[in-house]
Write a protein of this length. Structure first.
Length: 173
């Protein structure tokens, strides 16, 4: 997840760059999942993942604007190789045929994972500006989890079908 990050030495510029990368990774993963579900006619789950693409993109753009305001076009010192699945849904959490409720559960797990990342990093952060940013990001994850919970209340837990009913039988080679 973040083995190459020295949180104690993280500058605010690097923290912003890291946060932007986390949002981009989540956006890209939700896009992949939505495209996959669309190709299998699993529209409700795909539509929700597209909604999450928009949420992650918006948050990433807000962070990028703040970064540009503070640091212009200064080069970055962090890259995506320094993180893995901080907020992005794990590939193993999805299936070809997912219900909307299952998609919401995947999003909840991703938002919880991001909360835990920022919460855990706070104990290692040395810079006060980075601590403030990570505290804000942790709180945003709480708000995202609340949003997903509200959506879950509107959707029945079971959509009335077994995804295995749609799986193709193995084909002899």
């Amino acid at each position: 997840m973040s083995a190459d990050i020295d949180f104690a030495a993280l500058s605010i510029k690097d923290a912003l760059d890291l946060a932007i990368l986390i949002e981009e990774e989540a956006r890209d993963r939700y896009q992949e999942l939505a495209d996959n579900l669309d190709s299998h006619n699993t529209g409700d789950a795909a539509q929700f993942f597209r909604f999450m693409v928009g949420c992650e993109a918006k948050h990433g753009e807000e962070l990028a604007a703040k970064r540009r305001e503070l640091f212009g076009s200064e080069p970055t010192a962090v890259d995506r190789s320094m993180l893995w699945d901080v907020e992005a849904p794990g590939f193993e959490t999805t299936r070809t045929f997912m219900t909307l409720h299952e998609a919401l559960q995947v999003a909840m797990a991703a938002e919880t994972k991001a909360f835990e990342f920022f919460d855990g990093a706070l104990s290692e952060v040395g810079d006060s500006e980075v601590r403030e940013l990570f505290t804000e990001l942790r709180q945003e994850e709480v708000e995202h989890m609340d949003m997903v919970r509200e959506q879950m209340k509107k959707v029945p837990p079971a959509d009335g079908f077994d995804p295995e009913d749609f799986a193709d039988e193995p084909v002899a080679q």
